[in-house]
Design a binder for this molecule. Structure first.
Ligand SMILES: CC(C)(COP(=O)(O)OP(=O)(O)OC[C@H]1O[C@@H](n2cnc3c(N)ncnc32)[C@H](O)[C@@H]1OP(=O)(O)O)[C@@H](O)C(=O)NCCC(=O)NCCS
Length: 197
């Protein structure tokens, strides 16, 4: 985890993370006692973590304990669940990158891929970032080979702003990445999340 950046809005907002509700999903802050086992089962999949910077494989309860205790307390993390079954869909969050910027990141359990869930959740979180948290810009980085994630980001309105090399933990090395950004003023829109009842 980076240090020394983004100490403004997260400190004010982390304790007040809302539940976001979309047509088919809820996005809620993680609760270790409730979510841990399902979280580990979903994340412990080499296909899920193939292009992720910070998620190791195999993924153990010890890794998840760190995530719930440290990462989820310092970053704007939400767990996605299906409203119809309650099943865990995955994790999506905003990593602070300064007072008015955050980086969007996410992964979904493999059984939940290709159902439009990543796009649906990303639209809700982007909308919350700009209208609720009043951030000015969101960034994202995707491995060049990760066409599925690139498509999600494009559908939500992100545009390429450069190229980079980033580390990918499960690869044990670097991979070429596309850097993307979305400014509040150019947000493409989409269904707004409504507060939970
Ligand atoms: C990337 C990921 C989040 C996509 O989630 P998803 O819920 O399947 O995505 P959606 O269903 O919202 O699909 C969004 C678009 O991507 C396309 N897409 C989805 N999977 C795809 C794939 N494997 N190859 C190509 N396109 C794909 C969809 O067709 C859709 O585009 P369309 O509307 O033009 O048809 C999911 O595959 C995942 O968790 N991967 C592992 C973790 C990861 O890579 N995280 C992102 C790191 S930057």
């Amino acid at each position: 985890m980076d240090t020394g950046e983004g100490v403004g809005w997260p400190l004010l907002a982390l304790d007040r993370r809302p539940t976001l509700v979309t047509q088919r999903l809820t996005l809620e802050p993680p609760v270790a006692t409730r979510d841990m086992a399902e979280f580990v089962a979903a994340a412990n999949d080499p296909e899920v973590v193939r292009w992720l910077a910070r998620v190791p494989h195999p993924y153990t309860p010890r890794d998840a304990a760190y995530f719930f205790a440290i990462v989820a307390q310092a970053e704007f993390v939400f767990l996605m669940r299906r409203r119809d079954t309650g099943v865990l869909v995955g994790s999506m969050g905003l990593k602070p990158r300064g007072d008015d910027t955050a980086e969007l990141g996410y992964w979904l359990a493999r059984a939940q891929w290709r159902l439009g869930f990543a796009t649906e959740a990303a639209r809700a979180l982007v909308d919350h970032a700009f209208t609720g948290l009043r951030l000015a810009q969101l960034t994202a980085a995707v491995a060049v080979e990760n066409q599925a994630s690139l498509r999600v980001l494009q559908k939500v309105g992100f545009v390429e702003v450069g190229r980079s090399t980033r580390s990918v933990l499960s690869l044990g090395g670097d991979a070429p990445h596309i850097e993307l950004a979305l400014a509040a003023t150019t947000q493409s829109g989409g269904p707004s999340p409504r507060p939970a009842d």
